[in-house]
Ligand binder design. Structure first.
Ligand code: ATP
Length: 273
C-alpha cells in the first residue's frame, strides 16, 4: 500500500498544529470535530482539502464511543474553536462529526448536540472508519483503529465498509501496564509511552496488551478474506506495533507515518456546505 499521499497530508497537518495556513477573509473553511475517549481534536481544512489548522486537548468526556460529560465536551470544543478562530482571524461555522460504527441514533444525536452547543452547524455525520478511509483510500482490507479506549475493526471491500466491530482495549490499558511495571503514575506512564526515544524499550513490557489487541483483530477477521491490515489511531504510533500485529494475525500490516490524526483529518475532509 502506498501511503505517500496520506503521509504528505498528515505531515502538513502536523505542521499546521503549530503554524496555521494563512486564509483569506472570505474563503470557505471546513471543520472536523473528533470526540474521542482520550482526545478531543478539531481540524480545519480549506476548499482545496488542505489542512489549515488543528487544536486538541486530552479529555475524558467520551467512554466507549458515548458522551458521558456533555457540558465538559461542549466547553472544550468551544474553547478549542475559540483558540483556532483567534489564530486564523476567522469564524468557524460548519463542522462534520464522526461516531464509532453501530452508534445508536440517540447517541449520534448527543454527539451532534455537543458540537452544535459549541456553536457549529453540523453538516455531516459519518462513521469513523469511513472518515479514516478518506485519508488512506483503502479499497480492500481492514482498517484497525486503536485509540484510547477501544480497538475498532472495519473490513472494506471495494472501498465500502462491510463489517465493523469495536472492543474495549486501547491505549489506556497500555498506560496502565506501564504504570504498574515501572511503578509510576498513569500520567507519567502516558508521557513515557509517547516518548519516541523509549518506545523500543517499552515494547516488550506492553507486548501482551498489543497481542490482546491483535487477538481481537484476528478473531473478527478470521472468517473473512482480509488481505491486509491498516493501522490508525494514537496507540498505533507505538514503534513496532505493526510487527507484533502482523506476526500474531499472519496478515500483512501497514501504518502511515503518523496514524494519530488520520480520523480527525478524515472527518474534516467530509465537512460540506
Ligand atoms: P477512542 O478512539 O478509543 O475513542 P481517541 O479517539 O481519543 O479514543 P486517539 O486520539 O486515536 O483515540 O488515540 C489516543 C490514544 O493514543 C491515547 O491512549 C494516547 O495515549 C495514545 N497516543 C497518542 N500519541 C501516542 C504516541 N505517540 N505513542 C503511543 N501512544 C500514543
Amino acid at each position: 500500500m502506498d501511503f505517500t499521499a496520506a503521509d504528505k497530508l498528515m505531515a502538513e497537518l502536523e505542521q499546521r498544529r503549530h503554524t496555521p495556513l494563512e486564509v483569506s477573509p472570505s474563503e470557505p473553511l471546513y471543520v472536523g470535530v473528533d470526540l474521542g475517549t482520550a482526545y478531543i481534536v478539531v481540524v480545519v481544512v480549506n476548499a482545496a482539502k488542505e489542512p489549515v489548522a488543528c487544536a486538541m486537548r486530552f479529555a475524558q468526556v467520551v467512554k466507549d464511543g458515548l458522551v458521558v460529560d456533555y457540558s465538559g465536551g461542549m466547553r472544550i470544543v468551544r474553547e478549542l474553536t475559540q483558540e483556532l478562530e483567534e489564530r486564523l482571524g476567522r469564524k468557524l461555522e460548519k463542522a462534520a462529526i464522526a461516531v464509532p460504527p453501530g452508534t445508536s441514533e440517540r447517541d449520534c444525536a448527543t454527539h451532534r448536540y455537543v458540537v452544535e452547543g459549541a456553536g457549529y452547524q453540523v453538516t455531516a455525520l459519518l462513521d469513523e472508519p469511513t472518515a479514516a478511509n478518506s485519508v488512506l483510500n483503502v479499497r480492500d482490507g481492514a482498517i484497525v483503529d486503536i485509540g484510547g479506549g477501544t480497538t475498532g475493526i472495519s473490513v472494506l471491500e471495494k472501498g465500502k465498509v462491510v463489517y465493523v466491530a469495536d472492543e474495549p482495549t486501547g491505549g489506556t490499558h497500555v498506560s496502565l501496564v506501564l504504570a504498574g511495571n515501572y511503578d509510576i503514575t498513569f500520567e507519567e506512564a502516558e508521557d513515557l509511552k509517547k516518548d519516541a526515544a523509549r518506545q523500543k524499550e517499552i515494547l516488550p513490557v506492553v507486548r501482551p496488551v498489543v497481542e490482546k489487541m491483535a487477538s481481537i483483530v484476528k478473531r473478527h477477521i478470521e472468517s473473512r478474506n482480509v488481505s491486509a491490515l491498516y493501522l490508525v489511531g494514537g496507540t498505533c504510533c507505538l514503534e513496532g506495533m505493526e510487527g507484533v500485529i502482523e506476526k500474531y494475525t499472519g496478515v500483512p500490516t501497514f501504518k502511515p507515518a503518523n496514524p494519530f490524526l488520520v480520523t480527525p483529518l478524515g472527518i474534516a475532509l467530509n465537512c460540506r456546505d
